[in-house]
Design a protein around this ligand. Structure first.
Ligand code: FES
Length: 161
């Protein structure tokens, strides 16, 4: 079956293109819309975006793969993204990751069997002043400690059931 945007999303992209005649300016919001609809960005989804906004597929692919907020494969309900960059590393992000791996029983890049959690290391989340930082889906958690991480995962487990 050929991929297509829903009628709502088709209209949203149409409004973007009307507002920003340069398709490059529409690329990030169009990728967000595609991710919202399809869950993650396959090559087919990226080609759909490219065709719809009028950019070469290679440009869409290189942009989508540059930004860690765009998912290229299925993820759990909660995507825990731990910043591994310098400020966070110096403030103990490796201890956060170790606590998460131990608690969830998965390694960096993996998803729990129940589909609740995916764990990833990402680059700077632009929260260096409140390092170490992590992100769960679109929500930031700053000045984290291994103890706070345990409490966070327990809360998400409760909410995710
Ligand atoms: S280094 Fe972690 S948020 Fe910038």
């Amino acid at each position: 079956m050929q991929l297509a945007f829903s009628a709502d999303n088709e209209a949203r992209i149409g409004r973007l293109l009307a507002e920003y005649p340069d398709p490059k300016a529409c690329l990030l919001p169009a990728l967000y819309i595609a991710q919202e609809q399809f869950g993650y960005l396959t090559h087919e989804v990226m080609e759909l975006v490219a065709e719809r906004i009028g950019l070469p597929p290679g440009e869409v692919l290189s942009t989508a793969t540059f930004y860690s907020m765009f998912k290229k494969r299925p993820t759990g309900k909660y995507h825990i993204q731990v910043c591994g960059n310098v400020s966070c590393f110096l403030k103990g992000s490796d201890r956060l990751m170790a606590a998460l791996e131990k608690m969830l029983g998965i390694r960096d890049g993996e998803t729990t069997e129940d589909g609740l959690f995916t764990l990833s290391t990402v680059q700077c989340l632009a929260a260096c002043g409140t390092a170490p930082a992590l992100q769960v889906n679109d929500t930031y958690h700053e000045e984290m400690t291994p103890e706070k991480v345990v409490a966070l995962v327990n809360r998400l487990r409760e909410e995710g059931r």
